[in-house]
Design a protein around this ligand. Structure first.
Ligand code: MG
Length: 306
């Protein structure tokens, strides 16, 4: 197993830098481990219709499912080395596939269809993370992690030759570049009112930038929101108040809408990759971290739609 941090730094607990984070922690706040046994947990998505969580175990080319009733089971294997997932406005699963180098959608009958796999005739690199806007458009990042080696997909050359952020209209298939100045774009999410878009860069910068969303479909006015350490900010979500809950190597770090670090939920794994809000009222933050999947109930409510 690769060691990214010394053992004494891998621990559980909270670091509270601001009363706004303290207020998010119930009196009995406790990180719960639901499953351990993945090689590299990523891409959690909560499915309200059925009250369960899906997430990716990328190197094992499988998707996992967890519910209070059923515990953890394998949902799909092989799965095209999926990474990030979300739901569309109809509640269908929409997935980034490193192996298939595509965005796929799982239909109500379980069949998996391709929404997009190329841009101007060139194959995508390896879609990483994904979000659906309230107008139905699908926004995703396309860094090269799935084609750098055979561990997270299939080693290959980039055909596009760049790492873009894309916006897809699923009905027309119209795909356009909305971000072209990233080293390795990764996580992304809208603010609750969709006036802002946050996108992380897990390449050289290791930060999250925030953009204004112009005309509902263009990104303008780029500025650095937060530089996240240790590690890099991989995946993140916002709550209804616009606070950002981002992964870092040490766990989940919580930032105010102004970019102030309010506190940390330390996760006892080498690297935490991603998180999502779930549960009937979206008060439970599910956390995908290396070998395990955790959750914690917070006095915070997920702001993502659906
Ligand atoms: Mg990611």
């Amino acid at each position: 197993m690769t060691t990214y941090r010394p053992a004494e730094e891998v621990r559980e607990g909270f670091e509270i830098f601001d009363d706004r984070f303290r207020a998010m922690l119930p009196d009995n706040a406790r990180l719960v481990k639901h499953f351990t046994g993945t090689e590299w947990a990523e891409g959690p998505v909560y499915v309200p219709d059925g009250d369960y969580l899906l997430w990716s175990d990328i190197p094992n080319d499988r998707m996992m499912r967890w519910s209070e009733a059923d515990g953890a089971t394998v949902f799909r294997q092989p799965c095209g080395y999926t990474n990030g997932h979300t739901l569309d406005l109809q509640g269908r699963l929409v997935s980034c596939e490193h192996g298939g180098r595509r965005i796929s959608r799982t239909e109500a009958d379980g069949t998996v269809v391709t929404l997009v796999d190329s841009y101007q005739g060139k194959r995508l690199n390896s879609p990483n993370d994904i979000v659906v806007k309230s107008d139905g458009s699908i926004w995703f990042t396309d860094p090269p992690y799935g084609i750098l080696s055979d561990r997270e997909g299939h080693k290959a050359e980039s055909e596009i030759g760049a790492n873009y952020v894309f916006r897809l209209e699923p009905d027309s298939g119209d795909l356009e570049i909305v971000g072209d100045d990233f080293d390795r774009p990764n996580g992304l999410c809208f603010s609750p009112d969709e006036s802002l878009m946050y996108i992380s860069d897990t390449g050289e910068p290791g930060h999250i930038r925030v953009f204004d969303v112009a005309d509902g479909r263009r990104l303008t006015n780029s500025r650095v929101f937060a530089v996240v350490r240790p590690g890099k900010p991989d995946g993140f979500r916002c709550d209804v108040n616009g606070n950002i809950f981002t992964s870092a190597w040490d766990g989940i770090q919580v930032y105010s809408p102004q970019g102030e670090l309010l506190g940390k939920i330390l996760v006892p794994e080498q690297r935490t990759a991603n998180c999502c809000f779930g549960g009937p009222d979206k008060h439970r933050l599910y956390i995908a971290a290396d070998h395990s999947m955790y959750s914690i109930v917070l006095n915070a409510q997920g702001g993502q739609t659906p």
